[in-house]
Design a protein around this ligand. Structure first.
Ligand code: YXS
Length: 259
């Protein structure tokens, strides 16, 4: 059975995560299928892409597949990591991408949802940033992404507490463009997508790229960049990182020693 479903109708592409048994984890397999589908849809007349889970999903996506996180000593979110690759692909796709969110969103899946251009949620939507729960040093582009969207204070709270943000709080904090009743979610999303397809795709594509370039226009001098990479290495080389992954796989609470 395919772990994603793909559809193109009236210039609106839809990618539906279809791996509920494993809570739509962002495994290499699911990400590669998503990237291939985006490529195929682009060959059609797609002007908007919607990314969603199956109707009634309790979990939109459980985030990075923990089984695929490297053991200590290797950056778990490096430039070529499949998750980081798909985030870049969505952010640089020259058409609007809408995240239609039913259910809880975890870890890297929050970054995926927020890499889309518009987020539409319902009362079952929630967002939980989990690096600190697993002992992962999140990456620079990801942290900057969260800071740009929700501001430093809410970003800090999400990363430090690793607790879910409710749909209402997500809407108040700017993670959701719209918060609608779950029964209206699909129609609302597709109506908004249809309104976009009527506008100039060239103008939209250029404006999206301008916003992306301006939002990431943060000069970082080489020493600062190397300091950040060094700090992150102390985390992914740590016993805490190994313990976080081990505890998850053993389905138990992690006991972090701080080294
Ligand atoms: O044990 P089986 O084979 O039945 O599989 C179980 C889970 O192990 C699996 N699963 C996952 N496998 C790999 N990576 C995951 N992230 C993951 N999440 C779930 O799916 C099967 C059903 O899970 P189960 O029984 O827990 O389902 P549930 O309905 O009771 O609970 C759903 C969740 C999502 C609340 C629960 O599965 C959960 O808390 N999952 C972990 C969410 C999480 O911490 N994700 C962050 C992954 S790390 C990441 O994204 C970045 C590296 S970072 O942390 O930096 O943001």
């Amino acid at each position: 059975m395919a772990i994603i479903n793909t559809q193109l109708q009236d210039n609106i592409g839809t990618i539906t995560f279809n791996n509920p048994e494993h809570r739509n984890v962002l495994s290499k397999e699911l990400i590669n299928e998503t990237l291939q589908s985006i490529g195929a849809l682009q060959k059609g007349k797609m002007r908007v892409l919607i990314i969603r889970a199956l109707k009634g999903s309790k979990v939109w996506s459980a985030g990075h597949d923990v089984h695929e996180l490297p053991m200590p000593g290797r950056d778990p979110l490096s430039y070529h990591d499949p998750l980081v690759t798909v985030l870049r692909s969505i952010q640089s796709l020259p058409i609007p991408v809408i995240a239609m969110i039913e259910g809880s969103v975890w870890g890297g899946a929050c970054d995926l949802a927020l890499s889309c251009d518009i987020q539409i949620g319902c009362q079952t939507s929630s967002f939980c940033m989990t690096p600190a729960k697993i002992g992962v040093p999140y990456n620079v582009t990801g942290i900057l992404h969260f800071m740009n969207i929700m501001g430093v204070n809410v970003a800090k709270e999400m990363f430090f507490t690793a607790q879910p943000l409710s749909a209402e709080r997500a809407y108040q904090s700017g993670l959701l463009n719209h918060l609608v009743d779950v029964d209206d979610l699909e129609n609302f999303t597709y109506d908004l997508a249809a309104s976009i397809t009527k506008n100039s795709p060239l103008s939209i594509g250029v404006i999206k790229e301008q916003i992306r370039l301006l939002a990431s226009a943060h000069p970082l001098n080489p020493v600062t960049f190397e300091r950040v990479q060094g700090l992150r290495r102390t985390v992914y080389d740590s016993k805490d990182y190994a313990e976080g992954i081990k505890a998850f796989l053993e389905k138990r609470t992690p006991h972090f020693s701080g080294d």
